[in-house]
Write a protein that binds this ligand. Structure first.
Ligand code: PLP
Length: 384
């Protein structure tokens, strides 16, 4: 294995140190590594941070989305409004419960959120839910989506994989699912959390995440129960103590890290406006955000693959968020739709490095690297 190259600016980077190591060692020394008190403590701390009563820890955000749909009664015959500008898991979860995803376009290039007008146009008598996704950590217009779903009696679920630590999340919807995958704002390697407005829904999710069973292994180990019943068809979506211990340590720094991400995003916005006016950053600079990603739109006609390759040569990682879900082979075979705004946005989007360990000088290097890469690319295109 080679050590990470210190000259490479990575797209994302988990912050993991002594405290995380100590927390993991303490769990191992405790002799109990599967779901138990640490998971409960993590749920409690997460709920407190979000100003809600309770939360359910799961082993991924994908599991959290699946449980949200299942616990809220979405199933076969139902249609669920979804963005195509998202990670595929948002849409897969709809298929897991046997419902039909209906792809909704984004509003505009500078507002790449699911369009409420297109969503309204795509409602049918079978529409039962909408999953909204806080792209890059930039919060959707939650009051507008709450009215939209209330007027139509729809279940509203937030894919909040990019937006942990944001107070407004989970207040206007039926459920919100978060991700702690290693590139997210806090990480437990793999992991997720769900919050829900109704305690019965949370309770159903608690059962569903552990095979529908009425007692846990820890209950039985401690002699609090000696058997169990199975109440429903459940899954194994449990979080373990090691991940929960990591999560507790990480959570304590979430607000600080989100603030740093926002600060770095503002620096990017300023530098890009000064040096690369042809590159735009969606959303306004005052938009409420957990600043998970720094997405930019390349100038029309720029060859993105070349720009990515030029950046790579300069030791700068970049990525694309996202290839549109409705264009993946699996989904193309099942649905045919044209989402002009999503397709245009996805063809020009480039994600630049953003994480709390990034320095201002790194941002300068990325912006200078992007400037060079775009001019090299334009020069090559002109002489092709
Ligand atoms: C928008 C979005 N939704 C869902 C997920 C799935 O999260 P997880 O890997 O925790 O299942 C991700 C992860 O990348 C994501 O970005």
């Amino acid at each position: 294995m080679t050590a990470p190259d210190e000259n490479v600016i990575s797209l994302s980077e988990p912050v993991l140190g002594r405290e995380e190591k100590q927390a993991l060692c303490a769990v191992i020394d405790s002799g109990w590594i599967t779901m138990g008190e640490k998971v409960q403590a993590f749920e409690h701390a997460f709920a407190t941070l979000h100003g809600v009563k309770n939360a359910v820890a799961v082993n991924s955000c994908t599991a959290g989305l699946h449980l949200s749909l299942a616990a809220l009664g979405i199933g076969a015959g139902d249609e669920v409004l979804v963005p195509s500008l998202t990670f595929v898991a948002t849409v897969n979860a709809v298929l897991y419960v046997g419902a039909t995803p209906v792809f909704v376009d984004i509003a505009r290039d500078d507002l790449p959120h699911m369009s409420i007008d297109d969503a309204a146009a795509k409602c049918t008598p079978r529409t039962k839910a909408a999953i909204i996704m806080h792209y890059g950590g930039y919060l959707m217009d939650l009051p507008a989506w709450q009215s939209f779903s209330t007027e139509r009696d729809l279940v509203l679920i937030e894919d909040a994989a990019h937006a942990p630590g944001m107070d407004a999340v989970g207040r206007s919807s039926h459920a919100a699912a978060f991700s702690f995958f290693s590139n997210k704002n806090i990480c437990t390697a793999e992991g997720g959390m769900v919050i829900a407005s109704h305690p019965d829904v949370l309770e159903r999710m608690r059962h569903l995440r552990a095979h529908g069973m009425t007692t846990s292994t820890l209950d039985r180990h401690r002699g609090h129960a000696n058997s169990y019943d199975v109440l429903m068809l459940g899954y194994n979506y449990r979080m373990d103590e090691l991940r929960a211990a990591l999560g507790i340590v990480q959570l304590a720094r979430l607000k600080e890290w989100n603030a740093r991400r926002r600060e770095l995003s503002q620096i990017y916005r300023q530098r890009l406006a000064e040096r690369l006016p042809g590159v735009s950053v969606p959303f306004g600079s005052s938009w409420e955000t957990a600043a998970h990603l720094l997405p930019v739109l390349l100038p029309q006609g720029a060859d993105r693959s070349n720009v990515i390759a030029c950046l790579k040569q300069r030791g700068i990682q970049s990525s694309i968020h996202y290839p549109p879900v409705h264009r993946f082979s699996y989904y193309r075979e099942r649905t045919s739709c044209h989402l002009p705004h999503t397709e245009s946005f996805c063809s020009r989007e480039l994600t630049l490095p953003l994480h709390p360990s990034l320095r201002e000088s790194d941002v300068d290097r990325v912006v200078a690297g992007l400037e060079e890469s775009i001019s090299v690319e334009a020069h090559e295109a002109a002489h092709a």
